[in-house]
Design a protein around this ligand. Structure first.
Ligand code: ASP
Length: 348
């Protein structure tokens, strides 16, 4: 056997491999992932960031009809991508410094052990679906920029202006007011500069057969440096699924998440037996420990926001944030907002 596998052999090896075992070309034995003994969910469960109430309701409804977990999760987050009033995701998302909307997304499908992602994608309203096409139809995991757009266009996605009146107004105002010494005349001097918003939607689902998927999609940080890619399209940071254990994903300051591979770390916490909530909290503690001093206040607490959401194969769910917040859950029966676990109280 040579050290290389053809695509056909690779796919054959993957489908023949036992769960959690990785075949290494040239080696006669497999490397086992640490054993997990998680009972299987008997219900359909979905969790999402706070803006994902409609997403989890949709994902729950679709899973009840027997729709695949990845399709259910993506149909859920697509509601937000197509909503012009959500200025943190897809159409209507806030643009970069130059007024161009650049979208990031990634997804994973537990049963087939596949992943797909796009970064800095322009002109396409639904990056989560383009990420799914990368997962389905290529031997790659991530496409970025112009290549990602051409890939999407080849499948018939339409190129559109992603700015809405509302998002353009916000960008123009930011550009006008960002500094005193530039060539833009300030507007509404007596008003506070628009705060730098962030936003994203992450959705993680498990169905009643114990199959698991995850997806995250975002327009990233508003007014970002063109070309900046956050955590959302990074497999293991923005989201991660292991069909033997669970799924997790994140919203908030992407750079801080990338530093700890937070979605992967949260799934590994569940593999070691932690509940989704405790695994998410443990990941946040790692984030604080990995933060440079300039990102912490005098008490050592982060000055940024970051959240993790998780489901286990058993259908347990949870979320943790740096300060108290809410997240969206479909618990098998209904969709609701629930309180997150958190590291620090909000300042009074
Ligand atoms: N995580 C996203 C990013 O860093 C932003 C967000 O969730 O607010 O691009």
């Amino acid at each position: 056997m040579t050290g290389k596998l053809s695509r056909r052999e690779f796919l054959g090896a993957a489908s023949g491999a036992t769960a959690a075992a990785v075949m290494v070309p040239g080696m006669s034995h497999s490397i086992e992932a640490p054993a997990v003994h998680i009972r299987q969910s008997s219900k359909n469960v979905a969790v999402a960031s706070g803006n994902g109430l409609r997403a989890v309701a949709k994902a729950g409804e679709l899973m009840a009809q027997g729709v695949d977990t990845l399709d259910a999760a993506i149909e859920g987050v697509k509601i937000q991508e197509l909503d012009p009033n959500d200025m943190s995701v897809g159409y209507g998302g806030l643009p970069n410094e130059h007024g161009v909307v650049q979208l990031d997304a990634s997804c994973m499908h537990g049963p087939t052990k596949r992943a797909g992602a796009v970064g800095a994608l322009e002109g396409i309203k639904t990056p989560s679906v383009v990420a799914k096409y990368v997962l389905l139809y290529t031997n790659h995991i991530m496409l970025v920029g112009e290549g990602a757009k051409k890939f999407a266009l080849s499948y018939g996605f339409k190129e559109e202006d992603l700015m809405t009146e509302q998002s353009r107004e916000r960008w123009l105002r930011w550009r006008a007011n960002r500094g005193e010494r530039d060539d833009w005349i300030n507007v509404e001097r007596d008003e506070q500069m628009v705060p730098r918003p962030t936003g994203t939607i992450n959705c993680n689902v498990v169905n009643s057969s114990g199959d698991i998927s995850s997806v995250t999609t975002t327009s990233g940080l508003a007014w970002k440096i063109p070309g900046r890619v956050g955590d959302s399209p990074i497999i293991g940071a923005g989201q991660y699924t292991d069909n033997d254990v669970g799924a997790a994903g994140s919203t908030g300051r992407g750079e801080s998440n990338i530093m700890v591979c937070g979605a992967f770390l949260t799934v590994e916490g569940m593999r070691r037996g932690l509940s989704p909530t405790d695994a998410a909290l443990e990941t946040l503690r790692r984030v604080v420990a990995a933060s440079e001093p300039r990102l912490l206040d005098e008490r050592g607490q982060p000055t940024f926001g970051l959240s993790f959401y998780a489901v286990s194969k058993a259908g347990e769910f949870g979320a943790a944030t740096i300060r108290p917040s809410r997240y969206a859950v479909f618990d098998g029966v209904e969709a609701s907002h629930q309180d997150t676990a958190y590291l620090y109280e909000r300042d009074a």
